[in-house]
Design a protein around this ligand. Structure first.
Ligand SMILES: Cc1cc2nc3c(=O)[nH]c(=O)nc-3n(C[C@H](O)[C@H](O)[C@H](O)COP(=O)(O)OP(=O)(O)OC[C@H]3O[C@@H](n4cnc5c(N)ncnc54)[C@H](O)[C@@H]3O)c2cc1C
Length: 397
């Protein structure tokens, strides 16, 4: 098996494939460790998905509270757990460190790793797949395998090479890494708190995620515009949201001195085929468009889909990968998509009447961790807001 891309999806796929006895090559375009544009926040259940994962030295902050705002005002600081419970936490990592740890686990499990070499093309034949790759110096190499797992992210080549995901939908997000000494700045800047701001960004939110020696400050658009067109002002809007957060927190900055990282978000928009009919090429993670359309996170689904892709190959069921994946996460993602449509069209109302409630943070955290299904949150939301929401739509039309 060739696994193309050593992010969470690919590194997990390679580790699982090697563990299951498949001869595995993990191919990565960049030299590892590499920076990845990301907030690096994930539910702690990721630890359960990764067999015997050592989180020490990788997880920099263990978050227990969320601080929500509307237009940077009207704050609510709430715990992710119910009183007396301590089971839920959100892991904060630097992706360079986390992804490298996952790639090293794949190597320890027996996978070969080749980094600093980019896949350029795939050719699927009756007996397998031939993958052409090239180093930055222009040296070409061709690899042969029975299967290729395309885990090459939002800008990869695998999906295109085999004519999959032709109608993908992209959001976009941006982050800056602001050096920070804990104990300075706003009193609510704490290593166990994430900050979420909903009013500034239409169709998304802005955040501050704590890291060992810095704050990850970012913003993103998770839903497409109603007219389906691109937005040439997106970059400026995302930057403005970041500046406003830094201002709010009393942190000084020089806009032209900061490094801005922006990257597309291939958000889930409905079920689609994610493997070639012969089961030779399978897509996972961002390459498969599995970003949660409600929260905009993709690491957990990347890990889950990478593991499943490897397992279906080992079990000789790779042609059924798409249906197995949909069985595992399709209904959750469909409900998350319906929730996202409601949430991002009535965000202020939901902020005032739900997010500000005591129980809301715990519910959001349980959904994020998979402890409450998206379906249940959708039903609760529709029970609470359905009539109001339909009323708004009627009066708007
Ligand atoms: C600003 C921002 C903030 C985010 N915050 C969060 C967050 O807090 N939590 C969360 O869960 N998700 C977050 N996401 C989404 C998350 O980053 C992705 O969903 C996740 O990285 C997907 O993992 P992946 O392994 O599928 O792809 P990636 O992590 O993108 O990995 C793909 C790998 O493939 C390699 N590659 C690409 N092309 C080739 C090629 N031709 N040949 C070989 N290798 C190739 C790339 O170099 C890369 O290493 C965020 C995204 C953005 C943009």
């Amino acid at each position: 098996v060739i696994v193309c891309g050593a992010g969470p999806a690919g590194a997990t796929a390679a580790e699982r494939a090697a563990r299951l006895g498949l001869k595995t090559l993990l191919l990565e375009r960049r030299a590892l460790p590499r920076h990845k544009t990301c907030g690096g926040g994930m539910p702690m259940v990721v630890g359960r998905e990764l067999h015997e994962f050592q989180s020490d030295g990788v997880v920099e902050c263990d978050v227990r509270h969320m601080r929500h705002t509307w237009l940077y005002k009207d704050p609510v600081l709430a715990p992710v757990n119910k009183p007396g419970d301590d089971s839920i936490s959100l892991w904060m990592v630097q992706r360079s460190v986390f992804d490298h740890a996952l790639a090293m686990r794949a190597v320890a499990a027996g996978a070969d790793l080749k980094d600093a070499i980019a896949a350029k093309d795939l050719a699927v034949g009756p007996h397998g797949v031939s993958l052409r790759a090239e180093t930055p110096g222009g040296v070409e190499e061709t690899f042969e395998a029975t299967h290729v797992i395309g885990a090459d992210g939002a800008n990869g080549i695998c999906a295109r090479a085999v004519n999959l995901r032709k109608n993908r939908q992209l959001g976009i997000a941006m982050e800056v890494e602001y050096p920070h000494t804990w104990g300075t700045g706003h009193e609510s800047l704490r290593e166990d708190v994430i900050h979420l701001e909903y009013g500034q960004m239409s169709r998304g939110y802005a955040w501050i995620f704590p890291k060992g020696d810095h704050l990850n400050v970012g913003s993103g658009f998770f839903r497409p515009r109603a007219d389906g067109r691109g937005d040439s002002t997106a970059s400026d809007q995302m930057k403005r949201a970041i500046y406003a957060y830094l201002d709010l927190m009393g942190l000084e900055y020089q806009p032209d001195r900061m490094k801005y990282f922006a990257h597309p978000l291939p958000v889930y928009y409905g079920k689609e085929r994610l493997n070639t009919k012969d089961g030779r090429v399978l897509l996972c993670g961002d390459a498969a468009g599995l970003i949660n359309p409600l929260f905009g996170d993709g690491i957990l689904n990347a890990i889950r889909s990478g593991a499943l892709a490897a397992e279906t190959i080992a079990e000789g069921r790779s042609a059924d990968y798409t249906s197995l994946l949909h069985r595992q996460m399709g209904s959750h993602l469909d409900s998350a998509l319906r929730l996202a449509k409601v949430f991002y069209s009535a965000t202020e109302m939901i902020y005032r009447h739900a997010i500000k409630n005591d129980a809301a943070t715990n519910i959001a955290a349980r959904v994020f961790c998979g402890e409450m299904p998206f379906e249940e949150l959708l039903q609760r939301t529709m029970r609470r807001f359905g009539s109001l929401f339909l009323g708004r739509r009627r009066s708007a039309s």
